[in-house]
Design a protein around this ligand. Sequence first.
Ligand SMILES: Cc1cc2nc3c(=O)[nH]c(=O)nc-3n(C[C@H](O)[C@H](O)[C@H](O)COP(=O)(O)O)c2cc1C
Length: 357
Amino acid sequence: MSTSPVYFKKRDFLNGQVNFPLCLAPMVGLSHVALRRLVKSYMPAEAKTIWPTEMLNSRKVPFEDLRLTPETMRHSSETELIPQILGNEERPIKESIIRLQDEWGAEGIDINMGCPVQKALKHNYGVSLMGDSDYAARVVEMAARWSKGPVSVKLRAVDNSNESLEKLTKFVQGLKQSGASWVCLHPRTAEQKRRGQADWAQIKWLKQTISGPVIGNGDIQTAEDVYQMIDETDCDLVMSGRALAARPWMMWQIAEDLGLSNPEGRVGKAPRTPEEEGAEYGRALLQLVDYCEEAFPPSLALRKIRFYIRTTHVWLLFGHSLIGISSLAQDLDQLRRSVTEFFLVEQPMRAKTSLRQ
Ligand SMILES: Cc1cc2nc3c(=O)[nH]c(=O)nc-3n(C[C@H](O)[C@H](O)[C@H](O)COP(=O)(O)O)c2cc1C
């Protein structure tokens, strides 16, 4: 296994505060305060990365109670938060940014230019901004005007033709000239949504053709994938969504590979075998239930856990049974009992799935 110090170094994000090679992806319904706390609980204190929110609609943020809205709840221990907004008009972008940074503690702002869902396309947000480079650059300009911290952009892949790749480079250069500090590339096309193979060559291409940091995302399921993406693409930071949610101790595995200390309160070695990982999934799930209960009203907490299980069960050999259990549970206590019982039997976890959902 590779343990080169190249993976643990000061990274060009938030004035060099980031030193860890992996971060969590923004995911609607998943990258909430409870999951962020869970993932962070597997990181040693000296490891620093950036933290997302679920995507936030800039037309709603100005009117919401940020402390009580599930998508913007945060824990007092959280730092390096870079919320993601969806937007294309200056006034809502400005008002969202001012509130998020001044009232809420955002240290930067990420702009979603990768969301392919119909609702976003209808409003000309998300990935549709990638079809209009001038307008996309103006959106970055609007954000940079109001953000005291860095502005970043999350993008999707283009098709693989030379012409499209050249266009991608020009597009990103335009964003950077307008004030984007870095970009994150999820190299699946809008048509692929989240399926099919991510084309890491496009991350490498961006690193070679633009200046400044690039975050690589897509098909990261294990710690080895993190090292491989850095080796193959030279990206500055790796982002993982579904698999890091399922396997939050990937943070611990990496910290261990890099010779860092254990996460606070965790003894022994990071789980590695399918059986150790399966048992850890059970413990992490129960911890997530506690964190969700602390943050959300009970019925919402139960829905959040069900969604978490629907997304992550695919890494467990018999994960479909866990879906049944979570849908039968009437409340969080019943869920805790059923989950505890389920994991009394060994539940091996697979390293990789086909990431079909
Ligand atoms: C349930 C779900 C919700 C997502 N929501 C967002 C989002 O709000 N903003 C965004 O930029 N990407 C979103 N994504 C895409 C992820 O950030 C990421 O780019 C994608 O899942 C690929 O990474 P992965 O293969 O590691 O999961 C979402 C993905 C999932 C699975």
